[in-house]
Design a protein around this ligand. Structure first.
Ligand code: NAD
Length: 378
């Protein structure tokens, strides 16, 4: 009888600036070991979220990333790995990570040429069965929550109504623009903090979702539903129609949280310079779309700026600021994906599974995601 070698999973320490997350937490490592995997981690991989190596049982540690991945069957991380790591992986091994191929053209070509099977976390389809693997959603929910807290801490006033011996304080007004996963969480959090909340989106189905969270919906009469539950780009006529309605709401808000995105496009501009110039003194914009250039014309990604009496915050990698929970949710998302192909202590990929097929970026020497192949190879 031939002894079956355990599937070796290697967990990298993140190297990119301002990345605190780690792709493994002790509870997930335990579950993977039960599935028959052997976990090898880079020493200190969890330190940025206060997870010491000693917190991981049944895990072996190595200092060097290149040595760690050499004979790994599966490599997991949060941000795209360094080229040196990919070059050390064995052909046919699996990589699971966020990649964003359009921003990582050379790395994607290297993954293709090294014959790595890459599952890119941003490609997990937004279907009901894949919800437990959807890291875009888990991370966006945390970012939305944190945006409301950032807004609150940049204000020189409180959010709830308060009755005091010297009179009553009126509640703050919070407007959330873009009601996807992050936006709905921001609305819910601002409301829990005591603000009066309003929400706006170009997908009409978000009206009911906003109202179920106790918010008023700012109805612009524009329906810009695109494909797959996403929004499409607006025409100039639609933009003008929206501005006519939302300007008043922008200018009476204390906190504005913007989260609008259109897949594959730069962040749509929802707040013009002229609209900011008319905002209340002391108000704050938290632009969660800063990574894609920002929803406000003044936003400077990664900076907090003052425009007149308005503070505009353009935070980058907000999930990393909540590294402990972001890592926990991300590791669970990856576990649910790994469970699809880790069967009977072996890697068995079922390419007829929609989640597997759509999440794959490279396989067997090819870029198998159509959009990425088109952008990179044609
Ligand atoms: P996203 O990050 O792509 O965009 C955020 C929001 O911005 C969206 O609600 C979008 O409609 C809005 N937006 C775009 N342009 C705008 C504009 N000009 N003005 C105002 N708002 C604008 O969105 P997301 O959070 O990734 O969610 C996208 C969709 O996917 C939603 O329909 C969501 O319900 C759906 N979803 C489904 C699942 C699932 O079924 N498993 C999981 C997650 C998300």
């Amino acid at each position: 009888m031939v002894a079956c070698m355990a599937v070796k999973i290697a967990v990298l320490k993140e190297t990119r600036a301002n990345e605190k997350r780690v792709a493994m937490v002790p509870a997930v490592a335990d579950k993977l070991v039960k599935l028959g995997a052997e976990i090898h981690m880079q020493a200190g991989a969890g330190l940025a979220v206060k997870l010491a190596d000693a917190a991981f049982k049944n895990v072996q540690f190595a200092a060097d990333a290149v040595e760690l991945v050499r004979d790994a069957d599966v490599v997991v991380c949060v941000q795209p790995p360094d080229a040196a790591v990919v070059s050390a992986m064995r052909p046919g091994a699996i990589l699971i990570s966020f990649i964003y191929a359009h921003k990582e053209v050379e790395l994607t070509k290297l993954l293709r040429d090294r014959r790595i099977t890459t599952f890119a976390m941003e490609l997990v389809p937004r279907i009901t069965r894949a919800q437990a693997m959807d890291a875009l959603s888990s991370q966006a929910a945390l970012a939305g929550y944190y945006a409301a807290l950032m807004g609150a801490t940049h204000l020189a006033r409180i959010l709830p109504m308060m009755t005091t011996a010297v009179g009553s304080i009126r509640p703050a007004r919070a407007l959330v623009m873009g009601l996807g996963v992050a936006g709905l969480q921001a609305l819910a959090t601002a409301r829990r903090l005591g603000a009066m909340t309003e929400g706006y989106d170009v997908r009409p189905e978000t009206k009911e979702q906003a109202e179920s969270l106790g918010a008023k919906f700012v109805d612009t009469g524009v329906d810009a539903r695109g494909t797959g539950g996403y929004a499409r780009e607006l025409t100039q006529e639609e933009k003008d129609k929206i501005a006519g309605v939302v300007t008043k709401h922008i200018q009476q808000s204390d906190i504005i949280i913007t989260t609008a995105a259109i897949p594959g496009r730069p962040s749509p501009k929802l707040i013009s310079k002229a609209q900011v110039d008319g905002m209340k003194a002391g108000s704050v914009i938290i632009d969660l779309a800063a990574e894609g250039g920002g929803n406000c014309e003044y936003t400077q990604p990664g900076e907090t700026i003052q425009v007149g009496q308005v503070t505009i915050v353009g935070p980058l990698n907000v999930p990393s600021m909540l590294g402990e929970h972001a890592s926990e949710l991300y590791a669970k998302n990856q576990f649910n994906l790994i469970e699809l192909f880790l069967k009977e202590q072996q890697v068995k990929i079922d390419w007829s599974d929609e989640v597997i097929a759509k999440t794959a970026l490279t396989h067997d020497g090819k870029i198998v995601n159509e959009a990425a192949a088109k952008a990179i190879e044609k």
